[in-house]
Each structure stands twice: as structure tokens, then as C-alpha cells.
Design a protein. Structure first.
Length: 422
């Protein structure tokens, strides 16, 4: 089946070797990986997700995904392979492994965290069932033999004609983390991973009228504001939102991510944490109403159509890059929480979990994962300095939230080979 690209286009035209639009999920299991069983598990998994077994093609000036019957590549390393290249069999998805780590790499324009979690839920079911010779509960897990509905395949935005007209909103520039800390020459992409007990953090959220995404956004806002109390620009966090509910397409596999703007206003500075939490929850509630989410969808669709109106790849890259730079000016940092991973009975075999993406142009993205009884916060940075991580950890300490700074890594994401660079 041929799929014309639509929601995939903006991520495609803003990807680069320095900042590939990619999701990399790293899972460390309890035991060493059996490569033969992993091969079986991946092959079974990809049969269930034929819309991810595709190759990028260009026809009559339009990019499409066409069926790719080559095997999805699995490499024995932690580096992975370049997507959309000969070494990945021209797939936009690949796996790799080493010791007890399994890694999934997938083009972020093809899916988002919600879609990637579904793939991993299936793969872990097949892998753990065979590796440990047990019968796992398959309820809620997509498996080979399922009927794949049109809703999973069809882009819910491309042909949607009835969307609300988004207002013309001129938003002021936000505080820029890189300029504020003079980090322009620090270009080493780095990830700091922090673990927090899920039950304890959820108790803290309940006590302070918060939720995982809003509370991390609030604590990060407080930490940054304390560093720059006299800054003229506001601290403004984008909290990612899943657009599927507003579109009434819960099964769609595409990358359907919008953003809620959480601005730490001057009048809030002296409020107690609980009142601040209530204010942030209120902002989320208002902006997450269906009409408002659909306005965001309409805005994104308009940008995609603007990109498509250009003739050449270079012109399209120019438009996408310009819009991206405008958006990055109004954001201080980005926080993303897919939701509880819920890998069912396979979670008992997971020791560590990391969700990496390219950090936003503003310099910092925090990815929150909830797996096997703990939250992992991956601070994804375009710089190596721990200045903002340290400020955030201080905020945790002041609120008596116990944490474990697990590790610091180079933020390594495989390249995506772009057709216009060949």
C-alpha cells in the first residue's frame, strides 16, 4: 500500500545529521540478550506493523512510503545504523543490542512515543515469552493475526477538512537557556538520566495538585526562574500533548503531538507550590480542550500545506526551518510524557528504560518515562553543562523528593539519510 506523506513532512524537512528527528528507546533487561530470540521477536513484531515496514520514495514531486519487504535490521552494537540507508535496508526503523540492552530507533515523523510504545509492547511480549519460556498475558497487546483496522493506517489529519481556524497569536520571545548561561560554544549533545520512585512522586503530585508532566514542568520553571530572577523574558515550557483523543483516532500510528504552553508568570513566584500546581493544571485543562487541540492540529496542517506548495526540496527545507526557528524563540524548554508505559508482565524483566529524541532547538527537552515502578527523567541537551540539571535537582531536594542521578551519556542518535543529500 502506497502512503503519501503528510504529517511526516515537517519532521522530514527539519531533520539533519546534527539533529535527526528520531526516537531512540533504550531498554536494559534483567539478563543478557539472546540474539536469535530477538530476531524472532522483531520479525514477528514487524508482521504486526506493516505500515512501519516501508521505504521512502518520490513520485511526481511528492514523497511516499511504499512497502519494503526487506528484513528490519538488527545490529550488535549500541550505535545502530543510519535510517533510510542501505545499511538499514532502507527502513525508517531499526533495532540494535549489546549485552542486556535492546534499542529501538525510529523516524519521529513516522510515529511518536505512543506509537513506539505499541511496537515495543509487542516486541517485548514475543521476546520475553520465548526467552523465559513462559506464557505472558497478551491482553491489550497487538499481535500477529490481529485485524489491522483502517484507523491504524490512515493519516487522520491529511484529508480532514473540518478543523477550527486557529487565532493569529503573536507570542513574545521566551527566556533562552543557551544565551542566558552563555553556552553558545558548548555544543556537545548530552543526556542526564534521573530516576524517581513512581509511588513517591505520585504521592507528591497528589499533595500538590499536580500530575507527572505538569509537576516536572513546574519544578523546571521554578529552577530556571531562581537562576534568572531579573530576566525580562518569561520562562515558558511546552508540555507535549497527544492529539489522538481530540481527533477521535486513538489507534492512529502517525506522529500526532501538539503542545501546551505553560508560562511561569511573575505573580506566581511567591505562591506556595500547591497553588502553582493548581495554576499549571488549570492551563493544561484549558489548552487540552478538544477545540484548542484541534486548533493546534489545524496550525500544523497549514504549515505542512505551505511546505507542499514549494517546488523543490531546498525551498521546502527553507520554509520548515524558518517555522521551526520562529517556534523555538517562544519556548524555554520542552517536557514530554507519553504516559505509563504499561508493558504488562514483561516489565518484571526491565531494569532500565531511556527515551531519547533530538532536543528542541531551544536546547533542552525532558522526556519522562514510567516503567516498572519508577519515573526516569531524561534531560536531553544540545550542550553538556549540568547547570540546569543541577538547578532542577536542587528543586527536588528542597521538596524532599528522593532521586538517583543514574548516568550521563553522549546523546548519540543515528543519522537519517535524506534523499536530497544523495
Amino acid at each position: 500500500m502506497e502512503q503519501k506523506l503528510f504529517t511526516e513532512l515537517r519532521p522530514l524537512y527539519t531533520t539533519s545529521k546534527e539533529s535527526p528527528n528520531e526516537i531512540r528507546i533504550r531498554i536494559r533487561l534483567r539478563d543478557l540478550i539472546d540474539s536469535d530470540i530477538l530476531r524472532h521477536a522483531v520479525d514477528s513484531t514487524m508482521k504486526r506493523y506493516p505500515y512501519f515496514c516501508v521505504e521512502l520514495k518520490k513520485k511526481d514531486g511528492r514523497y511516499t512510503f511504499e512497502e519494503n519487504h526487506r528484513p528490519v535490521v538488527i545490529t550488535h552494537s549500541l550505535h545502530g545504523v543510519a535510517l533510510n540507508s542501505e545499511e538499514s535496508n532502507y527502513h525508517m526503523i531499526a533495532f540494535c543490542w549489546q549485552d542486556n540492552w535492546i534499542i529501538l530507533d525510529v523516524f519521529h515523523g513516522m510515529t511518536d512515543g505512543t506509537g513506539a510504545y505499541e511496537v515495543l509492547r509487542t516486541m517485548l511480549y514475543y521476546y520475553c515469552s520465548e526467552r523465559y519460556d513462559i506464557s505472558l498475558n497478551c491482553e491489550g497487546i497487538r499481535l500477529v493475526g490481529d485485524e489491522i483496522s483502517e484507523e491504524e493506517w490512515i493519516d487522520p489529519v491529511a484529508n480532514r477538512t473540518r478543523l477550527p481556524i486557529p487565532p493569529r497569536n503573536e507570542m513574545s520571545d521566551a527566556l533562552n537557556l543557551i544565551a542566558s548561561a552563555c553556552l553558545e560554544n558548548d555544543r556537545r549533545h548530552t543526556v542526564y538520566s534521573i530516576a524517581i520512585s513512581e509511588s513517591e512522586f505520585m504521592r507528591f503530585n497528589l499533595d500538590n495538585d499536580g500530575s507527572p508532566g505538569t509537576m516536572v514542568s513546574l519544578l523546571l520553571s521554578r529552577a530556571i526562574e531562581k537562576m534568572y530572577p531579573d530576566a525580562k523574558e518569561p520562562v515558558r515550557i511546552t508540555l507535549c500533548v497527544n492529539q489522538r483523543n481530540a481527533l477521535h483516532k486513538p489507534l492512529a500510528h502517525q506522529s500526532l503531538v501538539g503542545g501546551i504552553m505553560l508560562e511561569y508568570k511573575d505573580k506566581m513566584r511567591d505562591w506556595p507550590l500547591e497553588r502553582q500546581g493548581t495554576a499549571y493544571r488549570g492551563m493544561v485543562f484549558a489548552q487540552n480542550q478538544e477545540e484548542n487541540v484541534l486548533m493546534g492540529v489545524a496550525s500544523q496542517a497549514g504549515i505542512t500545506r505551505m511546505i507542499l506548495s514549494k517546488e523543490s526540496d531546498q525551498e521546502r527545507m527553507g520554509v520548515a526551518g524558518y517555522i521551526y526557528s520562529l517556534a523555538s524563540r517562544v519556548i524555554t524548554a520542552t517536557v514530554s510524557y507519553v504516559g505509563k508505559a504499561n508493558y504488562r508482565e514483561a516489565e518484571q524483566y526491565i531494569r532500565d528504560f531511556r527515551l531519547w529524541t533530538s532536543p528542541a532547538a531551544d536546547g533542552l527537552t525532558v522526556e519522562i518515562s514510567a516503567v516498572n515502578g519508577r519515573f526516569t527523567l531524561d534531560f536531553l541537551q544540545t550542550f553538556s553543562s549540568p547547570v540546569y540539571v543541577n538547578a532542577f535537582l536542587k528543586e527536588l531536594e528542597e521538596n524532599e523528593i528522593v532521586y538517583d542521578l543514574q548516568d550521563v551519556n553522549e546523546l548519540e542518535l543515528p543519522n537519517i539519510k535524506l534523499p536530497w543529500t544523495e
